[in-house]
Structure formats: C-alpha cells, structure tokens
Write a protein that binds this ligand. Structure first.
Ligand code: FAD
Ligand code: PYC
Length: 411
C-alpha cells in the first residue's frame, strides 16, 4: 500500500489546499485583477522567478469561475503565424512539465489533435499550417484518409455523407488537462510563496493620478496600488475602461456541452473547422463537445437550444454512435475576441498597468506561457520577445496577427 494512502488512512491531518481569503491590506506593490488561469499563473511566476512580495490577486467570484473552468481544455501549438506558434509552443512545453513544477496533478493528457479537412481548400490550409509549424519546430503533418481512420477508428469515414473526410492536419502534441486543477495548482503554489489570494473581491473602480492607477476600489474596500495586471477575460472591456483604456475587443458567448460518461474509446481530439465542431473524451469518460462562437454579442453565460442543434447535426454525422447517448450538461462563457483572433498582452497606454486580454476562444492552452511572459513584463517594465507580436499597438501600426483560421473550430 503506498505510504501516502496509509498516512491519510491513519488520520493524518490534511492541509487545506488554499488558505482562506485574508483581510485586505491598505496597499500592494502588485495587484492582479482576475483569479482565472492567467491571473494566477502571472502571480505564481512573479513570485517564483522574481521573488515578488506584497502581491494580491483579486477575484470577484471563486477561483476559475470565469472561462478557465468553462473551457474544453484543448492544448496545442499548431497556429499559423510564427510569433503565435512560438508562443504556444512555449506554453505546451510548460504544460508538459506543469504537474511536476507545481507539485499538483493537473491531469495533463497527451493525445494528439486532428483538424479534419472536408474540401480541397481545407487541405490547402492544412498544408500551409503544417509547413509553418514545422518551420517553427512544431510537430504537424498532413495525413490522408487511411491514417485518419487508423488514428480515429470511431470516425465516420464514409464517402457517402454530406462532407466526407479527405484528410487532416495531425498535431502529435495536442493534449488536454483538468482545467480547474490548473488554476488550483497555480493558486496553491503562489500562496505558499506569499501571494495573497482574495476571492469574492470585485474591482469596481479605479482612481488615476496622472497617467497611473493609484487606487483600486473593491467591494471590500479601497487599496493603494503600485503595478496592476488585468486578466479578466469576459470583463476585459469593462475593467480596462476603469483605467481609461479602450480595447478593440468584442465580448461573444461561446458554448460547449458534455455527454454522459462511458468507457474510454476516443483517444485523439477531433476538430472540424469547416463543420465548426470538435470533440474529445475527458478522463471521466464524458464526450466534451463544442462549436462556433455565438454570432451576437452577449453578457450572460446561458446556453441555448439553437447552438446545441447546430453542434449536434455535424457531430452526429461524424460520430453516429453519439445518437445513442444523452447530453448531461451545456454551458457558455464570455469570450473576449479581437479582430485578428490573437490576444493583447503586455504594456498598456497607462503607466504600470499591464494587459492580458483578448484570449477569446483560445486562452486555456496559453495560461503557462501567458503567466510566464506577463511576469517578465511586470517585473522588467519591458515587453518580452515572446509576446512582442501581441502588443496593443499592432492595431494602430497595422501589424495584425491573423490567426482566425487556426484560432478555434469554425473560423
Ligand atoms: P478567466 O478564467 O475568465 O478569469 C478571469 C477572472 O476575472 C474570472 O474568474 C472573473 O470572475 C474575474 N473578474 C472579472 N471581472 C472582475 C472584476 N471586476 N474584479 C475581480 N475579478 C474579476 N481555450 C483553449 O485554449 N482551449 C479550449 O479548448 C477552449 N475552449 C473553450 C470553450 C469554452 C466554452 C469557452 C467559454 C472558452 C474556451 N477557451 C478555450 C478559452 C479559454 O477558456 C479562455 O481564453 C481562458 O480561460 C481565459 O483565461 P483568463 O484567466 O484570462 O480568464
Ligand atoms: O483553442 O483549440 C482551441 C479551441 C477549441 C475549442 C475552443 N477553443
């Protein structure tokens, strides 16, 4: 019997993973707004790599109550532009060692990722992405029908359906992880290094002194702040506005659902860009499925029958066995989407105010590299090379990072 099992069995007291929310102090050197993956990872790397002290994370709900625990946990680096590929490559590498680094099991599960192609145009895009990926040291290749069928025997490979599968972009490093464990792991280690984590603490306003945020008002009182890092995904527009910053972002709902659990039978992650659906099987045995972002802006995370029907049509064509299964849950999150489907990271027009926003439909996989790079930016006051491509200025100097085709599912 393993030693730890014996220890717990004999009644050793378990330490709480996270300490309770402490009283709010009058001032902090660094305040991170948002207790999702990005905020917590930023706080963790600030403490770990820079020994930052007097740091507080302010979260209006509970940890990971935003998109971090609503997402479908796809991790990959098969993007299109070199800057983005390099960034996501770093994130996948950090994910591969994250359970060890945090001393917390995030259930990282490497399983390969297939983007199906149902048309000649989609095959061409796949080749383009594969070449770009290889040039940047990422494992991606175009495969034909035979290899697709071998990697995913459950897929309907009939030529007699509306959109037969012609081939796929295969990305061997595609993976999943337990989303809320990622947040808890970062939070646990950050708090062990002295970061204060304040849940149920909503930022409701800011005072500027010249071009710098001087005070932050919360529902638990006002604090004086040195540097501020904004990591609030669906609330990016609203919070940036408190600091007087206007962001080129739209807030759009994104929905997903899970089936009842069954034995493990679907190994890779399957995405169809053209049909705007994707599916993977979770460690619990549920099929995790999603589709395109809602076509209209929204501020609630309610799910809808229309989107469910849109998802299920193509899904049943690709995986007819799903017709015998029940859906357990459907939900939504608010994605903060930029016009080029890339994030906005780093310095902002306001002194000592740093932005991690515009993660849209793609930010879960980015949490480790996002936190790592934001910690660099905050500690040094300079934009690190890893995220130069994602600066806010790209919208004014016409250097957009077009990732629409590779961003998520149906673009
Ligand atoms: P969040 O996790 O949303 O954290 C922000 C936090 O800020 C929230 O907890 C919120 O409560 C808090 N907050 C907001 N306003 C305030 C305030 N005023 N004061 C204090 N706190 C505040 N990405 C992938 O890479 N792979 C996927 O498969 C994937 N699938 C997705 C599926 C769905 C259905 C959705 C909705 C998203 C998906 N994403 C995916 C995107 C991904 O979930 C997000 O990009 C990512 O979680 C963003 O992390 P975050 O830490 O920036 O934001
Ligand atoms: O980023 O791979 C992704 C993704 C799939 C669904 C939502 N996001």
């Amino acid at each position: 019997m393993p030693f730890s099992l014996l220890k717990y069995g004999l009644g050793a007291k378990r330490k709480q993973v996270l300490p309770p929310t402490p009283p709010l102090k009058d001032s902090y050197d660094i305040v991170v707004i948002g207790g999702g993956g990005h905020g917590l990872a930023t706080a963790y790397y600030l403490a770990k790599r820079y020994g930052a002290q007097n740091v507080a994370v302010l979260e209006k709900g509970w940890l990971a109550s935003g998109n971090t625990a609503r997402n479908t946990t796809i991790i990959r680096s098969n993007y299109l532009t070199s800057g983005a590929i390099q960034f996501f490559k770093k994130s996948v590498e950090l994910y591969q060692g994250l359970s060890n680094d945090l001393g917390y099991n995030i259930m990282f599960s490497p399983r390969g990722h297939l983007t199906l192609a149902h048309s000649d145009a989609a095959m061409r895009t796949s080749r383009w992405r594969a070449e770009q990926n290889k040039l940047n040291g990422v494992r991606s290749e175009v495969i034909g029908r035979k290899e697709v069928a071998e990697l995913c025997p459950q897929l309907n490979m009939s030529e007699d359906i509306r959109y037969p599968v012609l081939g796929a972009l295969y990305h061997a490093d595609g993976a999943t992880a337990r989303h809320d464990a990622v947040a808890w792991g970062y939070a646990k280690r950050a708090s062990e290094m002295g970061v204060e984590i304040h849940t149920q603490t909503e930022v409701v306003g800011m005072d500027l002194n010249g071009n710098k945020v001087d005070k932050i008002h919360t529902n638990r009182g006002t604090i004086k702040v040195g540097k501020v890092v904004q990591c609030v995904a669906g609330a990016s527009l609203k919070v940036a506005e408190m600091a007087g910053i206007k962001l080129p972002i739209r807030a759009l709902p994104l929905q997903a659902c899970v089936s009842e659990p069954v034995k493990p039978l679907l190994d890779p992650i399957i995405v169809s860009g053209s049909l705007a659906v994707y599916i993977s099987q979770s460690a619990r045995g549920e099929f995790v499925m999603g589709g395109e972002i809602d076509p209209y802006p929204g501020a609630t995370s309610r799910s809808s029958t229309e989107i469910k029907e849109e998802m299920m049509g193509p899904m049943l064509e690709l995986f007819p066995f799903l017709a015998n299964m029940k859906l357990l849950r459907q939900w939504g999150g608010i994605a903060d989407v930029t016009d080029d489907y890339s994030p906005i990271m780093g310095l902002s027009p306001v002194d000592d105010y740093f932005l991690s926003a515009g993660w849209g439909t793609l930010g879960f996989k980015a949490i480790p590299a996002g936190g790592y790079a934001m910690a660099d930016a905050v500690a040094t006051g300079k934009t690190p090379d890893l995220i130069k491509t994602f600066s806010l200025e790209r919208f004014s100097d016409m250097s957009l990072v077009g990732e629409r085709a590779a961003a998520a599912v149906g673009h």
